[in-house]
Write a protein that binds this ligand. Structure first.
Ligand SMILES: [Zn+2]
Length: 452
């Protein structure tokens, strides 16, 4: 038995089988029996011992922490926080990291859409998309993310082919490091056309989802377009992930219409709706009805705090009053599954970001007043997105889960979120890894800049 110090950067593992002793884990990510037996703080984090088998890459056993336990090689964590690797349920890796050549001219959603359309037309060949996609994945890996669902701009058939070709190659290149799942982002009426059928076939080959925005170019009836989408998704056996009501217009009814369409179709797949900002503007009675509809349809909501903060209630020369976050507490209280996603990163839809799901969780905690709920929201960036993406061995700290873990320099929830945790340590398959954040200078050539 070899004790190791828990100081930054000193995680050393000599044997194949070892124990992370005194690991503080969100009880919501443990098996119920372990959570019930472990010493758990008011913030919902429990003290555990995590037995890891580096030969298989899996967690062998998780027990309540016991100082005298007969353990294999012991790594003393002294109450440090340990999380499963993050899972990001909503990203745009084909759009990201173009701010330097394509800033948002006025900070609005319309400004973002126009800027991205211009950038896409002038720059988005496969080489350009792949370079930014890979940059984003390296950022995400360095922060401890293990899987990402990314929307792929598929509005135009030529652009769609490029985006999905890049996604397919990146899936292969990153296999075993980050699982990447694509969602076809297009106007909803696309799914009623031959191009939509061809796109669905491409999506099916990559294990992706059908998606889009609830806008039609042709003036087609939205409900009929939704019916066509769910029929196509059923035919191909695909899940659906839509951008819904990304607006503070209280009259927006996209979510209700999606919920009704799911029930009309008796859709058996999983449906995820992103944003749903308009819920934040509804009065109590209307909100209760919306939540009941979402629950009846079995829809998962993914809240996207960073993009909402950037785009919602935006007006030049005026400080925003509203935050745009979907009412995540009310949804969760009604047992609607609610994930928290990263969304855009350094593109005209969101100025900043680095694909760090701890940063996104922190945003959600601050904006949604989730601080007193502590560990209750840990599954929103781990277990729930893993389940939605069909990754049974990710997102939890239980026997049989992958030993893909993040060790933080924090013993309390406050400490966890107070610092950026740049010194977090990563385990993949039980082995320490130390990926490095990519250098922004790599992107200079894509912007026509000469690296300094
Ligand atoms: Zn999005």
């Amino acid at each position: 038995m070899t004790p190791h110090a828990g100081a930054p950067g000193t995680l050393r593992v000599r044997g194949d089988i070892y124990c992370l002793s005194g690991a503080r884990v969100a009880a919501s990510l443990l098996d119920a029996k372990v959570a019930a037996d472990a010493v758990t703080g008011r913030d919902g984090f429990a003290l555990t011992d995590i037995m890891i088998d580096g030969r298989t890459g899996f967690i062998r056993e998780v027990r309540p922490h016991a100082q005298e336990a007969d353990l294999p090689e012991r790594v003393e964590l002294r109450g440090r926080h340990v999380s499963p690797a993050f899972i990001d349920l909503h990203a745009h890796l084909d759009k990201g990291h173009i701010w330097h050549r394509c800033p948002n001219p006025d900070g609005t959603h319309a400004g973002a859409a126009g800027a991205v359309a211009r950038d896409r037309a002038s720059h988005w060949n496969e080489e350009d998309i792949a370079a930014r996609f890979d940059f984003a994945l390296r950022c995400a890996e360095a922060h401890g993310t293990r899987a990402i669902r990314t929307h792929i701009d598929s509005y135009d058939p030529v652009q769609a082919r490029r985006g999905w070709a890049v996604l397919t190659r990146q899936q292969a290149l990153w296999a075993g490091r980050i699982a990447v799942q694509g969602v076809a982002l297009t106007r909803i009426d696309t799914w009623s056309t031959p191009e939509g059928r061809a796109l669905a076939a491409i999506v099916a080959r990559t294990g992706g989802c059908l998606g889009g925005i609830l806008k039609t170019q042709s003036g087609a009836d939205l409900d009929a377009c939704l019916d066509r989408l769910f029929a196509l998704a059923t035919e191909y056996g695909l899940d659906v992930d839509l951008h819904v009501d990304e607006t503070l217009d209280p009259a927006a009814d996209g979510l209700d219409r999606v919920a009704r369409a799911v029930l009309r179709a008796r859709f058996a797949g999983r449906v995820t709706c992103g944003h749903c900002c308009a819920l934040a503007m509804q009065d109590d009675a209307r909100l209760a009805a919306s939540i009941a509809a979402v629950k009846a349809a079995g829809i998962t909501i993914v809240a996207l705090p960073a993009a909402n903060l950037y785009l919602q209630d935006r007006m030049a020369g005026r400080t925003p009053r509203l935050r745009g976050l979907a009412p995540v507490q009310e949804l969760a209280d009604a047992h609607v599954p609610v994930a928290i996603g990263g969304d855009n990163c350094r593109d005209p839809f969101t100025f900043g970001g680095d694909h760090d799901m701890l940063d996104i969780w922190r945003d959600a905690v601050r904006i949604g007043h989730l601080d007193l709920l502590g560990a209750a929201w840990a599954p929103a960036v781990t277990a729930l997105p893993a389940e939605v993406m069909g990754l049974p061995h990710q997102g939890r700290i239980t026997a049989g889960a992958r030993a893909d873990l993040i060790l933080f320099q924090a013993r309390t929830f406050s400490e966890l979120l107070a610092r950026p945790q740049v010194d977090r340590e990563l385990l993949r398959g039980g082995r320490p890894i130390a990926p490095v954040l990519p250098d922004y200078a790599e992107l200079d050539v894509l912007a026509g800049l000469t690296p300094a």
